[in-house]
Design a binder for this molecule. Structure first.
Ligand code: DQA
Length: 145
């Protein structure tokens, strides 16, 4: 399950110097292609609403092996998303196009990092297939045990 938070629907038009010129559809297509090549399917949901993101995490419980989440600015503020992800049993990857640690101080806090298995940030659109590959490798390693 790939989840996208607020303002990511504007990718391609929004601050291209920071986030690039690819659209969210482009990133989803790259993530889906990577997943399918590795034998998985990928669902995507984008919302500008915190509660809808929380409910999407709830809906993924028991259905999805993993959640890759680029929560946009909610990554820095949302304890409800933190708690929802804490109640998800699968792999969780926090994803960002930019590197929040190298940006404004308010972006240095992540409410998701403490409940994520790992984070991928700063690689632009490459982060989407990288996140999928990280998830699949983690799932395969866990299942091999
Ligand atoms: C972002 C980084 C966040 O700080 C920002 O609010 C976004 C996008 C990224 O992908 O780089 O909306 O999550």
């Amino acid at each position: 399950m790939l989840l996208s938070g607020p303002n990511l629907n504007l990718l391609g038009e929004r601050e291209p110097a920071v986030y690039g010129s690819d659209t969210l559809d482009d990133h989803v297509a790259a993530a889906r292609a990577a997943a399918e090549e590795l034998g998985y399917s990928l669902e995507h949901f984008q919302t500008n609403h915190e509660g809808a993101l929380v409910e999407a995490v709830h809906a993924a419980r028991g259905r999805a092996d993993a959640i890759i989440v680029n929560a946009g600015a909610l990554s820095h503020t949302s304890w409800s998303l933190h708690d929802a992800l804490a109640a998800f049993a699968g792999v969780v990857v926090e994803l960002h196009l930019s590197n929040p640690a190298a940006r404004e101080p308010f972006r240095h806090v992540s409410t998701i990092a403490p409940v994520a298995d790992g984070s991928i940030a700063g690689f632009g659109g490459l982060g989407y297939p990288l996140a999928v590959e990280a998830v699949v490798r983690m799932l395969n390693a866990t299942r091999a045990q």
